[in-house]
Design a protein around this ligand. Structure first.
Ligand SMILES: CC(C)(COP(=O)(O)OP(=O)(O)OC[C@H]1O[C@@H](n2cnc3c(N)ncnc32)[C@H](O)[C@@H]1OP(=O)(O)O)[C@@H](O)C(=O)NCCC(=O)NCCS
Length: 102
């Protein structure tokens, strides 16, 4: 996981569980909860992220955590093969945060 300070009390986060055997065991939502909780306690008011429109698993997990879908950016970037890809922007504030690390 990683986060970046975007200013204005906003952090952008990212996650990748590289070992497939460790995916879909509930680890992602717990690890994200721990990071998000730390960021809110550190003074961030908003957490944002971007994911691929095709990545329905990540969208499902982010929405369980309370992230709100802001917009879909259709054909917004080109992958390594030159194909256009679409992304989804999400944002989370503490009032809708569902903490899975309690
Ligand atoms: C996305 C990621 C962080 C999620 O973490 P995880 O530990 O695998 O996820 P969890 O086990 O906490 O939850 C998985 C959920 O997704 C659901 N799911 C699985 N495949 C799905 C799909 N194709 N579409 C929608 N939901 C799906 C599961 O049913 C489960 O939800 P449920 O508990 O409500 O049934 C992890 O899979 C990952 O790192 N993937 C590869 C990299 C990546 O996609 N990173 C995010 C880029 S922004």
């Amino acid at each position: 996981m990683a986060y970046r300070n975007l200013g204005s009390q906003t952090a952008e986060i990212d996650i990748k569980i590289c070992e497939r055997n460790y995916q879909e065991k509930g680890i992602g939502r717990i690890a994200l909860s721990m990071l998000i909780k730390h960021l809110f306690h550190s003074g961030y008011a908003k957490i944002v992220l971007e994911t691929n429109l095709n990545n329905t698993r990540s969208q499902h997990v982010y929405e369980k955590l309370g992230f709100q879908k802001l917009r879909v950016n259709r054909n917004s970037w080109q992958n390594q093969l030159g194909a256009w890809e679409s992304s989804v922007d999400y944002a989370l504030t503490i009032d809708t945060f569902h903490d899975f690390a309690v």
